[in-house]
Design a protein around this ligand. Structure first.
Ligand code: 5AD
Ligand code: SF4
Length: 436
């Protein structure tokens, strides 16, 4: 029996899929090369914006054809769209046999049994169940041997007015320190060198269990064999001095933070209910720069939030110029059903969003070319994590992609490289020495 999973959305969704693969392997399934040969096809969905929603329907249309050849094949949908729409999704797409959300991935074995017995196995829960931590008992199946995601918390309590996540992922629940550390230890034993701590709002870890995210960083750093620690996504409101200090004190925490600012205008930030001003955001950036030498930043930005004026938007551009992010993920505002911003007055026309987005991308391209030039001639530490088209590929501590010519045996090694040529998205390097 074979399975096929198609995943949309964020790293948390990808890590959920890695866990789902672990569950399916434990049930004796093998990974299929394509959906055509699979006995169970799963779509792990995202609903953060409208576009990913639409993709799901077109994929389901494709998968339907598999049933004509293999009537016993099971088609399942999970993740955030499943959680948001519930039974309505099955009404729209009756081809679905199986459906669950991120609250009850651990119930997958029973749900598959139900579906195999010919019932529609639909289990969308309103609230996370008591036993959701059972999920951690399953291993993950990962494509990357050396860098691993570790989900450390679920849900979000922030309620930003544009965001559907509190509805799809529920309230904030921190995973216990003990459970996280035992996964990190197991990963290191399995050859992992870099752990990437994940949460919708990872910097809030611990708030619901009397701990602080800084404690988690110190604890993970204690695990022998962990060479690099990263984390995503930070929230500016929770990014406090304790975290900055921990980042400075722990050499294995990489000098890079993903810190979404969403908008530069204080009026828009207030409408989004983000809980900080542009000036406060810049202060956090400054604080992180002081504690962590050479730190770089990436961010998320929303363009065209309701009532956004030209002047508001210029504050967004100004933030890009002031911080000089190494990566910017920008999105046109997409009204999500059930969120306060969905029905706000002053929705911005699409052509205005498109124009502003183009200006933002242009500015960021210019900044990125300047940053790239600054990398040329420097020595960087790179963990080589894959071998593609005859080249070794890895990331710098500052989270830049780097490639170099070299033997495949160097895979998994941390090396020093010299940056020979840099473009906005890649550093072409030559080998200086092998560190470990
Ligand atoms: N419209 C556009 N972008 C959104 N994001 C979240 N909700 C919306 C929305 N309704 C963006 C934010 C967030 C990223 C994951 O997606 O920038 O940080
Ligand atoms: Fe998409 Fe958000 Fe769900 Fe991630 S948490 S899959 S970004 S809706």
């Amino acid at each position: 029996m074979k399975f096929y999973i198609k995943t949309f959305g964020c790293q948390m969704n990808f890590n959920d899929s890695e866990r789902i693969k672990g569950i399916l392997k434990s049930l004796g399934y093998e990974q299929a090369q394509s959906y055509e040969e699979a006995d169970i096809i799963l779509l792990n969905t995202c609903t953060i914006r409208e576009k990913p929603d639409q993709k799901v329907y077109s994929h389901l249309g494709e998968y339907k054809k598999v049933k004509e050849k293999n009537p016993k094949a099971i088609i399942g949908v999970c993740g955030c769209l499943a959680q948001r729409m519930g039974a309505e999704l099955v009404n729209k797409a009756p081809v679905i046999d199986l459906m669950f959300s991120s609250f009850n991935i651990h119930q997958l074995p029973q749900l598959i049994q139900q579906a195999q017995a010919g019932y529609k196995a639909i289990a969308i829960l309103e609230e996370p169940p008591e036993d959701e931590d059972k999920l951690w008992e399953y291993p993950t199946v990962r494509d990357n041997q050396y860098c691993a995601y570790v989900t450390v918390m679920k849900g979000c309590d922030k309620n930003c007015t544009y965001c559907v996540v509190p509805k799809t992922r529920g309230r904030q629940r921190s995973r216990s320190l003990q459970s996280i550390l035992s996964e990190v230890k197991a990963l290191v034993e399995d050859g992992v060198k870099e752990v990437h701590l994940l949460g919708q709002n990872v910097t809030a870890w611990g708030q619901d269990i009397g701990m602080h995210f800084a404690d988690l960083l110190y604890e993970v750093a204690q695990v022998e064999g962990v060479q690099r620690i990263r984390f995503t996504t930070g929230h500016p409101k929770d990014m406090d001095e304790r975290i900055a200090k921990a980042m400075g004190e722990i050499p294995t925490v990489c000098p890079h933070v993903h810190l979404p600012f969403q908008a530069g205008s204080n009026r828009i930030l207030a409408l989004m209910d983000r809980g900080y001003t542009k000036e406060e955001y810049l202060e956090k950036i400054q604080m992180l720069r002081e504690y962590k030498k050479g730190i770089t930043f990436s961010t998320d930005v929303i363009v065209g939030f309701p009532t956004e004026t030209e002047e508001d938007f210029e504050h967004t551009l100004d933030l890009l110029e002031k911080v000089r992010f190494e990566q910017v993920f920008s999105f046109k505002f997409s009204p999500r059903p059930g969120t306060p911003a969905y029905s706000m007055e002053g929705q911005v026309p699409d052509d205005v969003k498109t124009q502003r987005m183009a200006r933002l991308l242009n500015l960021q391209k210019k900044i990125l070319s300047e940053i790239a030039k600054e990398y040329e001639g420097t020595i960087q530490e790179v963990l080589l994590e894959s071998y593609e088209n005859g080249k070794l590929v890895g990331r710098t501590l500052t989270n830049r992609w780097a490639t170099l010519q070299g033997p495949e045996e160097l895979l998994g090694k941390t090396v020093l490289v010299r940056v020979e040529r840099a473009n906005p998205y890649n550093l072409e390097c030559s080998l200086v020495s092998v560190l470990s």
